[in-house]
Design a protein around this ligand. Structure first.
Ligand SMILES: Nc1ncnc2c1ncn2[C@@H]1O[C@H](COP(=O)(O)OP(=O)(O)OP(=O)(O)O)[C@@H](O)[C@H]1O
Length: 564
């Protein structure tokens, strides 16, 4: 809660101004009460018109100043809230861009996080906004009104206090109920939203004739979400109706007791009306922040999520940068499992590669080939054991520097929204068009780019999914080659490639090997190996050792020939 009220102590000078202006606003708020009392006491008693004009003018000036002060206070609060929201979203963006990928994915994929960073920030933004903040700032001034009411009539002040206490008890019960309803609503809404996202997979739905199935799920989940929303609205309406009833009840109590006091000569009529106005304002000041409770509950839950998110471990940016990386890589007793996954991916993985050596990694689907590439690239970290490069623990190494040492072709590469040029020079903005075109020629995309009307200015859409798979993989390979890294990791290098693409891949990998780069070729097909290449079969689940044996090629890879 303290964090949600951060704008209240963000900048002491502005906050002091807000507090002082609130004090003035509430003093000026007494204008109408004083006006009524004076009209009754002076004008009605003596009937002098100029007294009425003066009083009316004074009241109008008071109200005018109050309006101006409220407006200025609102603007300051809005600026402070916007600054706090900006700070928070910058922190969240920083974590999104720098947290360890594995930790980030498992956190965001967890079922009970309710929405994701955008909806967290949206809910927090609703609470960290001027209206709820000012309502809270105004609340203590209820004591000022109560004090003035005591000065006017202690009997009426006690009555008002009684009504306020009754109202607070009722509101307390409603707030308690609304807490449970809000939690349920957030959960139901989260499920509905995640299902809605799946409807974006329209082709899968159509190909599998899954319209009825999805429509039923959507209807069930939207029903659940609707029911919980109605329950929430009902509770909100209950709070508002309690406030309305309390206002009317307060009026009846004040007028009745006040009338009785007037009859006995203990209170004049002007005081009675003034007390009635004050008590109505009292209810407003007390109830305003309480009506914001659903917004705060929403935000508190989201804030807890954001706090856990901000605690995610970041990639090592301050770690060691080796003067040069020779290309050695070693895995020692590496154990790895994805968070919350029932099975270990590896229990004890060992291998060592010297500079310029070649390793072939194979294994059936799901045996951890891609995971091995993710461990090498530092996207995920081992639970036990060590990965070292040139004898230095990978954990200690600066993550950005390490990525510059890698030529990594993922199995399912993505491109980022932007131009092709921007995509090709992500790792180093000084890469020029000539270098990009040379890389594209190297993967035999020279003709393709020359024929394209926009050339390197072509806009990449849908993470590159609008491009043919083979083209996207070649672009990703060309982009990876631009790092000139010493360690080459290619995951299913032949996937999606045509005959020409396959011979390109064989040629380029051969060139890289001749350049003495260390090569890791990951493929579910046991490629015919070059003599001397090391080999790991991840199907052998126990201790996995390098073997120089020449595995038989599977039928899927026979015609493709040796990769390197
Ligand atoms: N992000 C993830 N969270 C949880 N489990 C995962 C995640 N990614 C992969 N896995 C699991 O880890 C295991 C190894 O997956 P991996 O993708 O490394 O296998 P693979 O050998 O590359 O498979 P394929 O041949 O199909 O590409 C699988 O059981 C998979 O379900």
């Amino acid at each position: 809660m303290r964090a949600l009220l951060a704008p209240l102590w963000a900048q002491s000078n502005l906050n002091l101004y807000m507090v002082l202006s609130s004090l003035l606003i509430h003093i000026l708020g007494l204008t109408s009460t004083i006006f009524v009392m004076l009209v009754y006491g002076r004008y009605l008693a003596h009937g002098i018109d100029s007294t009425l004009y003066t009083l009316a003018m004074g009241a109008l000036i008071g109200i005018g100043i109050e309006i101006l002060l409220r407006r200025a206070r609102y603007k300051i609060a809005a600026a402070l809230c916007a600054a706090e929201s900006r700070k928070l979203s910058e922190k969240v963006s920083h974590v999104l861009l720098n947290a360890r990928s594995g930790a980030l994915q498992s956190h965001l994929n967890s079922p009970d996080i309710g929405g994701g960073t955008t909806s967290w920030l949206e809910r927090i933004g609703q609470a960290v906004s001027p209206q709820p903040i000012l309502a809270l700032l105004d609340m203590p001034f209820a004591l000022l009104l109560l004090g003035v009411l005591f000065l006017l009539s202690w009997e009426l002040a006690l009555c008002a206090l009684f009504v306020v206490c009754v109202l607070l008890i009722f509101l307390g019960v409603s707030v308690h109920r609304i807490k449970a309803v809000t939690e349920h609503h957030q959960l139901a809404q989260g499920q509905f939203n995640s299902l809605l996202k799946n409807t974006e997979l329209t082709e899968v739905v159509r190909i599998n004739n899954a319209q009825d199935w999805l429509a039923q799920r959507l209807s069930d989940d939207s029903g659940e979400s609707r029911v919980s929303k109605h329950a929430l609205q009902l509770q909100q309406e209950k709070i508002q109706s309690q406030v309305r009833s309390a206002t009317m009840f307060m009026s009846v109590v004040i007028i009745s007791i006040g009338a009785a006091l007037s009859v006995h000569g203990d209170l004049n009529f002007g005081l009675l009306i003034g007390a009635n106005i004050l008590s109505a304002r009292l209810i407003v000041l007390i109830s305003q922040p309480i009506q914001q409770v659903p917004t705060w509950l929403n935000a508190i839950e989201s804030f807890k999520n954001v706090e856990a998110f901000l605690d995610l471990p970041e990639e090592t940016q301050r770690g060691t940068k080796l003067p040069t990386y020779l290309g050695k890589l070693s895995f020692k007793q590496v154990m790895f499992s994805y968070p919350n996954a029932p099975l270990m991916v590896y229990e004890n993985l060992n291998f060592e590669l010297e500079e310029g050596e070649c390793l072939m990694v194979t294994g059936s689907n799901g045996k951890g080939k891609t995971t091995l590439a993710r461990l090498i690239t530092g996207l995920v970290q081992p639970m036990r054991g060590s990965i070292s490069i040139d004898g230095v623990e990978l954990r200690q190494v600066n993550a950005r520097w390490w990525r510059e040492q890698l030529v990594y072709l993922p199995q399912d590469p993505d491109l980022l929204p932007g131009t092709l040029r921007e995509n090709m020079s992500l790792i180093d903005s000084s890469i020029d068009d000539a270098q990009i075109l040379a890389a594209l020629h190297r993967v035999q995309l020279g003709g393709w780019i020359e024929q394209h009307p926009e050339g390197l200015d072509m806009i990449i859409q849908q993470r590159g999914r609008n491009l043919a798979l083979g083209i996207r993989r070649r672009i990703a390979f060309a982009r990876a080659l631009l790092t000139q890294g010493q360690l080459v990791v290619v995951d299913e290098p032949l996937e999606g490639l045509d005959k020409e693409g396959i011979s390109m891949m064989q040629r380029v990998l051969g060139e890289l090997e001749k350049e003495k780069r260390t090569l890791i070729v990951i493929s579910q097909f046991t490629q015919p190996l070059k003599a001397g290449a090391k080999y790991i079969n991840l199907d052998e689940r126990h201790v996995m050792q390098i073997s120089s044996a020449h595995p038989k090629a599977t039928s899927g890879s026979l015609e493709k020939g040796a990769l390197v």
